[in-house]
Design a protein around this ligand. Structure first.
Ligand code: FAD
Length: 457
């Protein structure tokens, strides 16, 4: 074994436990040991070591799961941060990538070749956790889920074997790797990803409205967004404060279209509907048809998601009509508990049918709220605010997206029932003794039930 192994109590253990966890709220969960793997051989050796010691296994790639899923009591945590491969086969249009590589690292290289991969919006999210749970990457609305670009994986299974999974070999393993998230039951050591050409005219139009216009602007956006060109990623963001940009300390509503068009003319046409919002003349600030780059968008995302802060997040898939959804969402957009916090409304319509993969739940609208604060003394207030929002929104929800979830706070349906059953069956075949930790949840809570959307509930 080349990597470092830290048993609990040894010097270096605490840094290995939490040093790469993004959320400043660090859970009191303590693995028995942590292996900082540097190669596939280390991962194989780690799995065999865990079996020999009777330990369960947990995994970390980029360390960005909000609930720190990698931290499990008494487990062997295998941290993949030391595996750093990015290898492009230009002719095949495939890049082979290690799971701890981030979206911005990958695109930093691909964009030099006129290519890109729709990784996470936040530059530092690891591809491992992001892809396994589906991956709502750049222009998910138009291009589909990032996991649909996972053509194959290499993975170490519970018996300590390194296998290659694609449509012909271990197809069930590949099926599960596209959406099972932290319920995946092997360790992916390499993703084979289909890249796409870098669009020729990345362009953004942003409109900042006073929060008081929420109902009017959102009413218009609900109507408009299914008609937008497929090249447009559309988002409304309730921001706790307008900040430097609008010179306003009050909450604001940002409506933004990011066009992944090929030419400036195409981008202008695709973003023109944003200029026809009836409330436009009352916007605090507008930035229309701004040419941009992925690198510039990453800077913005890094600013919005600062490190060394405490986070609580939750989310919901919504198909509710505007008349019901807007009143239920309003508070989450206009009453954010801290200046840095924000709530997102992603328009996903018209939805594309999903291929056969574990990810099986989506809806016309994705809502997520990100509460951000610094002081532990604000934990209870900030978390209570989020719980209050979700209590109002839950009755409208189709379920949730794993990426922005924390089942220790609020478990809910995240997969179609038949897919859930199939996932259990495949898991039982590949990991019959339950070597790998699965979804992090309070043991007595059932997870594939959404009690708030049951008919009659
Ligand atoms: C600031 C921020 C912005 C985000 N933006 C987006 C976004 O735009 N779109 C989106 O879809 N999501 C987004 N997310 C959510 C993010 O994709 C998930 O939290 C994801 O789990 C992070 O992956 P990771 O590898 O960094 O996390 P980790 O905590 O390292 O991994 C999470 C879990 O995934 C599993 N896992 C990871 N790698 C492997 C592997 N190689 N083999 C087996 N299991 C593995 C393990 O169970 C692990 O505990 C964002 C998160 C943050 C913090």
């Amino acid at each position: 074994m080349q990597g470092c192994l830290f048993w609990r109590g040894e010097s270096g253990y605490e840094e290995a436990r939490c040093g790469r966890i993004f959320n400043g709220r660090r859970p009191e969960r303590y693995p028995a040991a942590i292996l900082l793997a540097t190669s596939e051989d280390d991962v194989v050796a780690g799995v065999r070591l865990a079996r020999a010691h009777g330990l369960k296994v947990s995994v970390r790639a980029g360390g960005h799961s909000w609930a720190a899923w990698s931290l499990r009591d008494e487990a062997l945590l295998i941290d993949l941060g030391g595996l750093r491969q990015i290898e492009l086969d230009r002719e095949a249009g495939i890049v082979r990538v290690s799971p701890a590589v981030t979206g911005s690292e990958l695109n930093g290289l691909l964009t030099q070749q006129g290519l890109m991969f729709p990784g996470g919006h936040c530059p530092d999210v690891g591809l491992g956790g992001f892809l396994l749970q589906g991956g709502m990457g750049w222009n998910c609305r138009g291009w589909g889920w990032a996991c649909q670009r996972v053509m194959a994986i290499d993975a170490v299974t519970a018996d300590g074997e390194l296998v290659h999974a694609d449509e012909e070999h271990h197809p069930d393993l590949l099926w599960a790797a596209r959406g099972a998230g932290p319920g995946f039951f092997a360790i992916v050591t390499r993703f084979y990803l289909r890249v796409r050409p870098l669009p020729g005219a990345l362009t953004r139009s942003s409109f900042f409205y006073p929060a008081a216009l929420f109902d009017e602007v959102m009413g218009w956006l609900y109507e408009e967004h299914p008609r937008l060109a497929p090249s447009v990623e559309v988002v409304a963001v309730g921001m706790g404060s307008g900040g430097d940009l609008t010179a306003s300390a009050a909450p604001v509503l940002l409506v933004q279209g990011l066009s992944f068009a090929e030419t400036p003319t195409e981008a202008r046409e695709a973003l023109a509907p944003f200029e026809r919002c009836p409330a436009r003349s009352r916007a605090l600030l507008e930035q229309v048809l701004v040419p941009t780059t992925l690198a510039a968008e990453y800077v913005e995302q890094r600013r919005a998601n600062p490190k060394e802060h405490r986070y609580a997040v939750d989310n919901a898939w919504l198909n509710a009509p505007a008349t019901t959804a807007i009143p239920a969402l309003r508070e989450a957009f206009v009453s954010l508990p801290t200046a840095q916090s924000f709530s997102l409304w992603f328009g996903m319509a018209p939805l594309h049918p999903l291929p056969d993969m574990a990810l099986s739940l989506q809806a016309d609208v994705y809502f997520a709220s990100y509460v951000i604060w610094k002081q532990p003394a604000d934990d209870a207030r900030c978390r209570r605010w989020l719980a209050e929002q979700m209590r109002r929104i839950e009755p409208l929800s189709e379920g949730l997206f794993l990426a922005d979830s924390d089942f220790t706070t609020r478990p809910a349906r995240f997969m179609d029932e038949s897919h859930w059953q199939r996932l259990q069956a495949v898991r039982a075949r590949y990991d019959p003794t339950g070597l790998f930790h699965s979804y992090l949840i309070n043991p007595e809570t059932p997870i594939n039930v959404n009690p708030w959307s049951q008919p009659g509930a």
